[in-house]
Design a protein around this ligand. Structure first.
Ligand SMILES: [Zn+2]
Length: 311
């Protein structure tokens, strides 16, 4: 390069303007090359929201939660579409979904809801006001967000793609329709075999970023009874920051099972339980994006894949 530079300078006219033009060429040519090299990836980058499966679950559960809040005896409620939320945030956060958090998603979801009036009902001595809701269109919400024309077009481009691929669960190493085979351990729920998040490394659904998942998340409605996976002793029953309300059970064979995010605990520390005993109820306490059971199995203290016990 240096030799080439000298050769080129040797052929340069003496005036500075031409020197500058040559210097510019040296800058422009690499830029053109770099642009060509990255044009492919950049285009792909812009066509689909770069949202992970776990983040999608966060959008779905928030959209459901907000939609659910619009139901009352006089309103059928409105359905906020999680896809709209994802498309808007892909533009709002410039594809950096690690910036998405539950509060902000919920605020966005609520922007889709307009109260158009109230129905006043006499209930005993009280008059109760029930709101009537209307679902705002994507355009209305984009205007409320002061999106530019370009940003609005981008949102619509995102909405034109097929979102179904975002619903494919990664790394749960089981297929849909799977049911557990019970040997050493019993399944902790009487029904519900949908694993929404597998064991191992994954994207954190609440804070983003990669993290290690010490158990499996099993989808289940709020209040579903949770059962001891085997005979054992309750060694912890109470609150833990990440787990929320959680029960730890020690079993004879060096195994320990943990049941987290419970809405209610039905056992006490020191209690001896038998396999199948109800120890609590499914909830969403602690670091959780919606009702599910976080089920964990530890062998000699080390977390292992719970599903390996049910194959
Ligand atoms: Zn979990």
């Amino acid at each position: 390069m240096q030799v080439l530079g000298k050769v080129i300078i040797a052929f340069l006219p003496d005036d500075l303007g031409s020197v500058l033009k040559f210097a510019l060429l040296f800058i422009l040519i690499p830029i053109v090359f770099l642009t060509l090299a990255f044009a492919g990836p950049v285009t792909a980058y812009e066509k689909i929201p770069l949202v992970s499966y776990e983040q999608v679950q966060m959008y779905i559960s928030t959209a459901e939660k907000v939609s659910e809040s619009t139901k009352n005896p006089y309103s059928e409620g409105v359905e906020v579409d999680w896809k709209d939320l994802v498309a808007i945030d892909a533009v709002r956060f410039k594809q950096d979904f690690s910036k998405a958090n539950l509060n902000e998603i919920e605020e966005l979801a609520k922007m889709f809801i307009e109260i158009t009036g109230y129905i006043e009902v006499k209930e005993g001595d009280d008059v109760v006001r029930y709101p009537i809701y209307r679902l705002r269109s994507v355009d209305e919400v984009l205007n409320m967000l002061n999106f530019t024309k370009e940003q609005k077009d981008k949102v619509k481009e995102f909405l034109s793609i097929d979102f179904s691929e975002f619903l494919d669960s990664p790394a749960t190493d089981i297929s849909s329709g799977w049911t557990p085979v019970e040997n050493e351990l019993k399944w902790p729920l009487s029904s519900g075999y949908t694993i929404t998040s597998g064991f191992g490394t994954r994207i954190d659904p609440v804070y983003g970023g990669e993290r290690y998942h010490s158990g499996v998340d099993i989808a289940a409605p709020l209040g579903t009874p949770v059962k001891a996976a085997a005979d054992g002793e309750v060694v912890y029953a109470g609150w833990n920051d990440g787990y929320g309300l959680v029960v730890f059970i020690w079993h004879s064979n060096n195994l320990e099972t943990r049941y987290a995010h419970l809405s209610k605990i039905a056992v006490n520390k020191g209690q001896i339980v038998r396999a199948g005993d109800v120890i609590g109820y499914v909830g969403s306490t602690g670091k959780s994006t919606g009702p599910h059971l976080h089920f964990e199995v530890r062998n000699g203290g080390k977390a292992v894949n719970p599903l390996d016990f049910f194959k």
